[in-house]
Design a protein around this ligand. Sequence first.
Ligand code: PHE
Length: 356
Amino acid sequence: MTDWDLDLERASSAALAALAGAATVDELEAAAAAATGKRSPLASLQRSLGAAEPAERRRRGAQIQAARARLELAAAQRRDELLASERTAWLAADALDLGDVIVTNRPWSVTMGHGGLIPAVQAELEDVFVAMGFQVAEGPEVETDWYNFEALNIPPAHPARGLWDTFYVDLGEPETIVLRTHTSPTQVHLMEQAVATGTLPIHSVMPGRCYRRDTPDARHLATFHQVEGLVVDRGITFADLAGVIETFTRAFFGPDIQSRLRPGYFPFTEPSAEFEITCTICRGAGCRTCSHTGWIELGGCGMMDPDVFAAVGIDPDEWSGFAFGFGIDRCAQMRAGIADLRALTDNDVRFLEQFS
Ligand code: PHE
């Protein structure tokens, strides 16, 4: 082996050691340049070839090519190793600890649904009455004629039945099972239960869905919602009823909406009144929604009729009370300023999206 071969051998093994010892990709690139670049020992050995005999020159040239190929291969292998471990370290440093959550791409946007206006208003009404000391109760939507009419002092063929355009259910004797036309039958259930269990007095509100053969218009739907109120206690007067109605109106609609009671008629209350509030659409000026009166009827109310107490076995000498019932849909309409109630059943998302 000549001195030249020894020089090449030393330069190659020093360069291989430097490549193997590189700890980062930057160090590796520097070591690779030092091993095979223009200023490397390999380059100066190559430059010295011109001084050699032609045959020796070819032999040394081939040696240099082989050494260069070996160094380039070693550099490439070390580069791959370093890139792989740098990537692993980068991934570990960048990872988010998401527990069991699987993160996927969401290529389209998802529109979330939400509760409707009527259930939201019903919950708010319940809150107002619960704050005033009432309990919340519910009753069936399909009733017998007795609960919907007779116990409420509306016997068969009574002209007052005309006030409620009834849907009859095809069950049992004709015209004995009805879709309830108001929430008042739930009053009867509550009074019966309280008598049976000896748990009078009653201070309850009863929200729920009702049905009437009404032709839908700006203020009426054939399927609608009412909230019934019932107080049965000792020494209850009409002033208590008026106070509850007024307190409710201010709590739910705000101080600038007024309520008023006008004489009315219901077979199960005496005296009876109709309960109206300032139209919130026109603030009392008169508009299409309030038929240009400035007032909107919310519902009815009155003192419990002794005949109803008799039907459920409550002693009218010991107990007195009042009841009221009004439309939840109408409240929603007045609060949200909906000129035509039929918008609630049109299923137009541009309308529904406003009430989330
Ligand atoms: N049930 C009556 C209606 O639907 C309203 C009402 C309830 C009236 C309670 C008086 C007392 O019209």
